[in-house]
Design a protein around this ligand. Structure first.
Ligand SMILES: Nc1ncnc2c1ncn2[C@@H]1O[C@H](COP(=O)(O)OP(=O)(O)OP(=O)(O)O)[C@@H](O)[C@H]1O
Ligand SMILES: [Mg+2]
Length: 319
């Protein structure tokens, strides 16, 4: 349902005048009043939902900025820990080699006091166990650091604070991947993600805003998958001097009568408090700003495919 707001406009002269005298109110007028009251209540509740959503997105934006700032700060120490780790691994390999040579020499000292001391020490420190455990510890730690480094990188890519609101030439696959990592939690219990990426040239865009579009489409796709585990397929390709990105799910699908309204602000079929129906309208605005278009193909019970088509180059109007 679309909402028409006539804030501040005088009542239409055609409307029946409502008497304030309780004696003079007819049954029809009471009905009309109740109906108008219900409508207002509904409108009010949707407006407050929308306000919550907008506040939420404002909050998200500032949390995003904060997170990106922190990510930026973490990036440097992680960088040197990572590079020191590489060096440490090389040193350890050298040390182990040296230890091997000592062990060979130890055999020649068997029976001497030095030989005995070495053997006692080796038992005490459990040298054989250390030799096994140290490489495991190193590789687990390296995995951990790599994961932290990826999270930091994804946060930075996703929010792109370093290039905020600048039109830049960027790789959409990169944006899709970092967005996927961010929404992974929302998706992983509901669907398998299949990537069918084609060859894409870098395009001129506002990467953080396009990431927002991908995020909305991915989250909607995950929400559409209800009972069984589903599949979300991401395809990309080119078409002349335009590129396209498709996000397809095998979820519930969209009823024909709703297809024309899904991009309307506040149109949602989700329960109160779950969706405010702003995701697609915001996405539509972002895609338009990029001189692109967004199409939807859907069948109830089969699934839905959203296709975002964007020009590789476009006039610099927006910048
Ligand atoms: N992949 C999809 N499968 C089925 N229905 C969809 C899909 N994407 C969007 N819709 C329908 O379009 C409506 C509008 O989507 P939109 O993203 O604008 O809002 P929302 O998801 O309901 O709420 P919000 O995104 O603000 O949290 C949804 O409520 C849903 O009915
Ligand atoms: Mg949505």
């Amino acid at each position: 349902m679309s909402i028409h707001m006539n804030r501040g406009e005088p009542p239409s002269p055609a409307a029946a005048p409502l008497s304030l005298d309780p004696q003079g109110i007819t049954g029809d007028q009471v009905k009309e009043l109740l109906r108008a009251n219900d409508e207002l209540k509904q409108l009010n509740s949707r407006l407050s939902d929308a306000q919550d959503k907008l506040m939420q997105s404002e909050k998200l934006a500032s949390i995003g900025q904060l997170a990106a700032g922190v990510a930026h700060e973490i990036n440097n120490p992680i960088g040197f820990i990572f590079s020191n780790f590489g060096t440490l691994e090389r040193y350890l390999a050298d040390l182990f080699e040296m230890l091997g040579a000592y062990e060979e020499a130890e055999a020649a000292l068997a029976g001497t006091p030095t030989g005995e001391r070495l053997k006692a020490l080796r038992d005490k420190v459990e040298l054989d166990f250390l030799k096994e455990d140290i490489p495991t510890l190193m590789s687990e730690s390296k995995d951990g650091i790599t994961r932290v480094r990826n999270i930091v990188q994804n946060l930075k890519d996703f929010s792109r604070v370093d290039t905020s609101q600048e039109w830049v030439v960027a790789d959409l696959h990169h944006g899709l991947d970092s967005t996927l990592n961010i929404v992974n939690n929302e998706i992983k219990y509901k669907a398998e993600v299949v990537k069918a990426y084609g060859e894409l040239p870098d395009i001129k865009c506002l990467p953080s805003e396009l990431n927002q579009v991908f995020m909305n489409l991915l989250v909607n796709a995950a929400h559409a998958i209800q009972s069984e585990r589903g599949t979300i397929t991401i395809r990309t390709g080119t078409e002349g001097d335009r590129v396209w990105v498709e996000i397809e799910d095998n979820g519930a699908g969209i009823a024909k009568e709703n297809l024309g309204r899904i991009f309307d602000p506040f149109f949602t079929t989700k329960p109160v408090g779950k969706g405010t129906g702003l995701g697609l309208s915001l996405s539509y605005g972002i895609v338009k700003k990029h001189f692109g278009q967004i199409d939807v193909f859907s069948e109830v019970g089969t699934g839905t495919r959203f296709r975002v088509t964007l020009p590789v180059h476009h006039p610099d109007k927006e910048a």
